[in-house]
Design a protein around this ligand. Structure first.
Ligand SMILES: NC(=O)c1ccc[n+]([C@@H]2O[C@H](COP(=O)([O-])OP(=O)(O)OC[C@H]3O[C@@H](n4cnc5c(N)ncnc54)[C@H](O)[C@@H]3O)[C@@H](O)[C@H]2O)c1
Length: 246
């Protein structure tokens, strides 16, 4: 029960890593807001864990404002914020990614971190405490060819994590990131282009522990970084990558 009595917003929590984080946080005692674009799937996860479902587009200022308002109305405070919602363009040469896809990737993966901070940080400052976790990627540390602008968006997220951490430390707010390696979620196919045994083998050959990451792997790291056990840890971008970045 490492998050007993805490309140946590998890974005993109209707699927994949976010759902894994929401489940683990709830199992460890947190009240969780399951935030997602996908209303039906968010409601299902929220019902399963006894949390709140909130439909929101993390790339939209009004939507993020409504999300924060709903959390404050329900709980009066937000102890933990997990910026997990993220998307990619399909793998392709960097010069062929459309401007629309570039803008979308940066709106969901990068601008969302600014929008949620703008709404939630003032409440954390008032409380003199808080933990923020950004779900970045090994892509931001060791980019793979053809995921070019997605890689860059995750590098942005890692720098944003450090910038936020150093600025918010005097207010008792810790900010960290996790860098998952390719994981068994619905997003995996988009990273691989197509899901064939050959492409899976190629990806797995770059992961020393020899398997893809799972929502449970990422949730374990997220739980640690957002709990008081990590009370002296801020500004790190922790690889959960089976050794890929060694
Ligand atoms: N799966 C991987 O291989 C992998 C590896 C490294 C990092 N990541 C990162 O982990 C995070 C979660 O990815 P996943 O693999 O669980 O993906 P996923 O597609 O399974 O889940 C992402 C969820 O985010 C939601 N979402 C997308 N855009 C949104 C928006 N604008 N507002 C609100 N919700 C939105 C989707 O509806 C979905 O439920 C992403 O940031 C991704 O970049 C994934």
């Amino acid at each position: 029960m490492r998050l007993e009595g805490k309140t946590a917003i998890v974005t993109g929590a209707a699927s994949g890593f976010g759902a894994g984080i929401a489940r683990r946080f709830a199992a460890d005692g947190a009240k969780v807001m399951v935030v997602d674009l996908n209303e039906e799937a968010a409601a299902a996860v929220a019902e399963e864990i006894g949390g709140l479902a909130q439909v929101a587009d993390v790339a939209n200022a009004e939507s993020v404002r409504a999300m924060a308002g709903a959390a404050i109305a329900a709980w009066g405070r937000v102890d933990v914020l997990v910026n997990n919602a993220g998307i990619t363009h399909t793998p392709q040469p960097l010069e062929t990614v459309t401007e629309a896809d570039f803008d979308k990737v940066f709106a969901v993966n990068a601008k969302s971190v600014y929008l949620t901070a703008r709404e939630i940080v003032p409440h954390m400052k008032d409380a003199g405490a808080g933990a923020i976790l950004n779900v970045a990627s090994t892509a931001g540390v060791s980019p793979r060819p053809n995921l070019n602008w997605y890689n860059a968006s995750k590098g942005w997220m890692i720098t944003a994590t450090k910038a936020m951490a150093v600025e918010l430390a005097p207010f008792g707010i810790r900010v960290n990131a996790v860098n998952p390696v390719a994981g068994e979620t619905p997003l995996l196919k988009s990273f691989m282009g197509e899901d064939t045994p050959e492409i899976r083998t190629k990806f797995l050959s770059t992961i020393p522990l020899g398997r893809f990451s799972t929502p449970e792997d990422i949730a374990g790291a997220a739980l640690y970084l957002c709990s008081d056990d990590a009370g002296m840890v801020t500004g790190v971008a922790m690889e959960v990558d089976g050794g890929r970045c060694i």
